[in-house]
Design a protein around this ligand. Structure first.
Ligand code: NAG
Ligand code: NAG
Ligand code: NAG
Ligand code: NAG
Ligand code: NAG
Ligand code: NAG
Length: 908
């Protein structure tokens, strides 16, 4: 088979000579103190690589696409020299600081995007360098628009510019990271870490296509690409083999954007930036052809209907992880859906079966809410606070109706003077309903009881289909138009939005940051209850103190210290699992503050008896205050490890933090660490009250008190070590670890000042990763994800070694735990995407949980649940031991959770 490396996914330099594809042998000899990189050769997709390698100090990670004749593209990943990075013209993102993660924006630093892509990029790689300037405020003045074509996610692709009524490409001469930053900014993505891709890296446009710009030379802070110096429109000496592309950093929660479906091109979903009106398709498996859609900002998932497959589905915003919610029957015809991300329920109107129904976002509890005299229901809109659904019906008696979420209180609120009422939307600030009618060609508005009805816009000859509200505007689709349309809510200022480049725009949905509720204008209706609100402590100080941040409706905000008392602080400390004893209110941003987030609450009044801040008297209007961030409230809690409530520990290698999260409330705080880069394995010693974790970057096993005030390196392993697994035996005062660099299973005493580790197994290990112990019987279990994936066991001294699971049912067994209570082993596999259980001799093995989109890493259990990490999720997940009811623990605020360890408090 001919092997041609024709396309370098990220390399700017076309003549790179790589050494032989990564192999076991050279990996062993090149272990060093450089970054950790994914290392695979010829994998089907970069995300399928789970092997890591420690590079030399002056090396960085790379990903390259390899085109093999006669087969699909393959990918190589591994280490390469730093100069490789230096040859990129783009900004090299600076080194992260190494203190405890104070703020969520630590996660948005996309490190060395030029050298490796997205999540595959290991942290800390790129070395010194300046970050780019903050993004400017964007105003929609340009008539040049951008789209990205040919990427595998919405954040990348070939750059195409719409100018002078046609699309054209950009030539890659002097194509730089600064230029890419401007393109990414126009699309509403972050500018930091934007990567330039030359040489038609995302495919080239057809030969007849225009080449619009050449020798573009942006500083990176321009709002529009046409503000940058270049040779001028159409002036170029290029061919399409030089088409320029970009890789942007992924979406951020603070983005505002429009989601659109174009059914005229078979059902493509686009994301358009509201301000610049540039857009990018969300590439999905071509099997699917979305029609109606809605969006859940709390999970970054788009819910959509596939008319051909008769399915209700959801997909992650990046276009990955498609999940089926419901298989509809053959008569079903769903034209619109409405997602309530707060109550986790979706409503739809089925014009085929003539009913309005609801179904939970996890696919459970399908309920027909209305069918009597439902004729041709089309669009719906919801009021999640009052739990009311409104919908249009264009049947024999065209009307607009409403009912409660449970189907009670059904009522017709408007009928007459309408024929084909299509789109319907509720304005949450004014409580006014807007709807479009495709026969009267009007946009109308009225109160939610149907009173005060009036025409907003009359546009004869149009065919209006759907609408979405944003600020003072109504955005809508019109089948007779090839652009998105917009009109002011008072009917003035009708205009097209963005280029005339669509065929048949159907559904439209605007996501407005700060609301958490689609289309809701800030201040949003906050759902103030215990399952939707979380707190965390950030800023300076130990684990048990810090600036208080509150999570609600998908966003973190602070509390103003006006009226901030020890009673209030006690409720926060209780939520954190510390208890309210000696809780102290701390004022005036003592622990620091983050000016980029909202001040949510002012004049909080707790009696001190509440177990959750949601039970306190809080202002009705969130975000309304008379404070500055210099008044941010903090707490100091008393940490007594003997009374602390049940918790889960998590090691996040992206933020370089270890966290302890209260299991009941999902509230959390990082345990301060110093000089830790890639924490992977983690466990707790409930006797000594210490946390143990590994840092694979520096090869240490760290021992820290729960509050983080006492940190010692229990073991410093050698330069080639990769301690991926660790488990504590608190009875026998031992710690066992796996080291896939030296290929050993080690054992070390956890007491004493400088204990010496010993290897209990040092032969026939390929890629040992997870480790578990049965401390009563003194047996150790481990996984090995090497060439022959298996799970083995031995006695504590290494004797009695035995394979208890192997064969094709195992691919990447990443996580393993021994459950003393039911005497079983639970393990998760990132290749088979399964969580399984078996007896300690390997018998009675069966699958408990399966998720084809998952990438499982760590696993632990308690009495009732299995807790696990999944690299595709934003935090720790749990399922019942029977394998049902997967839910996240806490808010979606984590990035790359590896090891997890659960501690069950005996204080109840
Ligand atoms: C955009 O256009 C408005 C109105 O013409 C003008 O006031 C404003 O300065 C322009 N903004 C930019 C960034 O050019
Ligand atoms: C890049 O710009 C420099 C000068 O600014 C020019 O000399 C050089 O030819 C350009 N490179 C390409 C590939 O056009
Ligand atoms: C880009 O512009 C800067 C000044 O703004 C200039 O110093 C530099 O040479 C230019 N680069 C190219 C490749 O033209
Ligand atoms: C209407 O819905 C009710 C309640 O779900 C159900 O019992 C009844 O069979 C439905 N009628 C029709 C015609 O589908
Ligand atoms: C809390 O109590 C203070 C003093 O009684 C009062 O001014 C404030 O309005 C209260 N806050 C709320 C949210 O009710
Ligand atoms: C599984 O392990 C057993 C015992 O070591 C061995 O006999 C068998 O060949 C292995 N099977 C596979 C598929 O590796």
């Amino acid at each position: 088979m001919a092997l041609l490396r024709t396309t370098l996914l990220l390399a700017v330099v076309p003549v790179l000579v790589f050494s032989l594809p990564y192999s076991e042998e050279n990996s062993q000899s090149k272990r060093s103190s450089g970054p950790m990189c994914m290392a695979c050769s010829l994998s089907d997709h970069p995300s399928q690589c789970s092997k890591t390698i420690t590079c030399e100090e002056d090396e960085v990670c790379y990903v390259e696409k390899v085109v093999l004749t006669g087969t699909t593209d393959k990918f190589n990943q591994g280490c390469t020299r730093q100069q490789f990075c230096a040859q990129f013209h783009g900004p090299v993102v600076g080194k992260r600081d190494n203190t405890r993660s104070r703020h969520k924006d630590k996660r948005v630093i996309p490190l060395c995007n030029e050298c490796c892509t997205g999540d595959l990029c290991n942290t800390n790689e790129c070395g010194a360098g300046a970050t780019t300037a903050p993004p400017p405020t964007v105003s929609p003045n340009s008539t040049t628009w951008v789209r990205l074509i040919g990427g595998s996610n919405p954040y990348e692709g070939r750059v195409e510019l719409f100018h002078d009524n046609r699309w054209g490409t950009v030539c890659d001469d002097n194509w730089s990271g600064e230029n890419a930053a401007v393109i990414c900014g126009m699309l509403g993505f972050g500018r930091d870490g934007a990567g330039a891709v030359p040489a038609a890296g995302f495919g080239h446009a057809p030969s007849y296509a225009h080449i619009w710009l050449d020798e573009v030379n942006c500083t990176g802070s321009e709002t529009f690409i046409d503000q940058c110096p270049s040779n001028g429109w159409g002036q170029n000496d290029c061919s399409h083999n030089e088409d320029a592309g970009v890789i942007c950093s992924p979406m951020r929660t603070q983005d505002n954007f429009i989601l659109l479906v174009d059914t005229g091109v078979g059902g493509l979903i686009f994301r358009m930036d509201i301000d610049t009106q540039s857009f990018t398709p969300i590439p999905m498996n071509p099997l699917y052809s979305p029609t109606a859609l809605d969006y859940d900002p709390t999970t970054a998932r788009i819910y959509f209907v596939d008319h051909a497959l008769k399915q209700l589905l959801s997909v992650h915003f990046s276009g990955t992880d498609i999940r089926e919610l419901q298989q509809l029957d053959s008569n079903a015809d769903l034209e619109k859906i409405a997602v309530d991300p707060i109550n986790k329920v979706l409503f739809y109107a089925d014009t085929g079966n003539d009913f309005v129904a609801s179904i939970n976002l996890d696919g459970s509890d399908f309920t027909i809410l209305a069918n009597d005299t439902v004729d041709e229901p089309r669009d719906l809109t919801i009021d999640p606070q009052r739990r009311v659904v409104y919908w249009t019906d264009w049947g024999s008696t065209p009307k607009i109706e409403k009912m409660n979420y449970d189907g009670t209180g059904r009522q017709t609120i408007a009928t007459g003077n309408m024929k084909w009422p299509n789109g319907l939307a509720l304005d949450y600030t004014t409580n006014i309903l807007y709807f479009v009618d495709a026969s009267t060609d009007q946009i109308e508005k009225m109160n939610t009881d149907g009173s005060g009805r009036g025409v907003v816009l009359s546009d004869p000859g149009s065919h209006m289909f759907a609408l979405s509200l944003y600020k003072q505007y109504i955005y809508y689709t019109d089948w007779t138009r090839t652009s998105v349309m917009r009109v002011n809510k008072d009917g003035t200022g009708k205009t097209t939005v963005g280029p005339p480049s669509f065929k048949e725009l159907a559904d439209i949905h605007i996501h407005h940051y700060g609301s958490g509720m689609p289309g809701v204008v800030t201040p949003a209706p906050i759902v103030q209850d215990e399952t939707h609100m979380f707190v965390r402590l950030v800023g300076k100080g130990n684990h048990n103190e810090g600036l208080v941040e509150v999570y609600a409706n998908g966003v973190w905000g602070t509390i103003c210290d006006d009226g901030w008392t020890n009673a209030d602080a006690g409720v926060i400390c209780e939520m954190m699992g510390f208890g309210r004893t000696n809780a102290a209110a701390v004022k005036e941003a003592y622990y620091g503050s983050d000016g980029n987030i909202m001040i949510f609450l002012d004049e909080v009044n707790c009696t001190g008896e509440e177990s959750h801040i949601a039970q306190c008297t809080l202002p009705k209007d969130w975000g309304v205050h008379d404070c500055g961030h210099n008044e941010d409230a903090g707490v100091n809690c008393q940490l007594d490890p003997t009374t602390i409530k049940s918790f889960v520990l998590m090691a996040d290698s992206y933020t370089s933090e270890v966290y302890r999260m209260d299991l009941e409330t999902g509230s959390y705080s990082a345990i301060p660490n110093s000089n830790v880069y890639s924490p992977i394995a983690i466990d707790y010693d409930p006797v000594g009250h210490n946390v143990f974790y590994t840092d694979v970057r520096s090869g240490i096993i760290r021992k820290t008190s729960l509050d983080g005030s006492t940190q010692t390196d229990l073991v410093q392993l050698n330069r080639i070590s990769t301690p991926d697994g660790l488990v504590v035996d608190d009875t026998n005062r031992l710690l066992f670890y796996t080291d896939t660099g030296n290929d050993v299973i080690g054992k070390v005493s956890i007491d004493g000042s400088s204990p010496t580790p010993s290897n209990i197994i040092s032969t026939n290990l390929d890629q040992p990763r997870a480790i578990a112990v049965d401390k009563k019987n003194q047996v150790v279990y481990w996984t090995d994800w090497g060439n022959n994936p298996k799970i083995e066991k031995s006695n504590y001294d290494g004797s009695g070694r035995q394979v208890i699971a192997n064969g094709t049912g195992l691919q990447l067994p990443n996580g393993l735990t021994y459950d003393e209570k039911d005497n079983k082993l639970y393990f998760c596999d990132a290749g088979t995407n399964k969580i399984e259980v078996m007896n300690t001799d390997g018998s009675n093995r069966h699958v408990l949980f399966e998720d084809s989109g998952a990438h499982f890493f760590g696993v632990d259990t308690d009495e009732q649940f299995i807790y696990f990490s999944d690299w595709t999720k934003d935090g720790v997940m749990r399922v019942q031991k029977s394998g049902i009811n997967e839910i996240p623990i806490g808010p979606p605020s984590f990035v790359r959770v590896n090891g997890v360890a659960v501690y069950e408090s005996n204080t109840g």
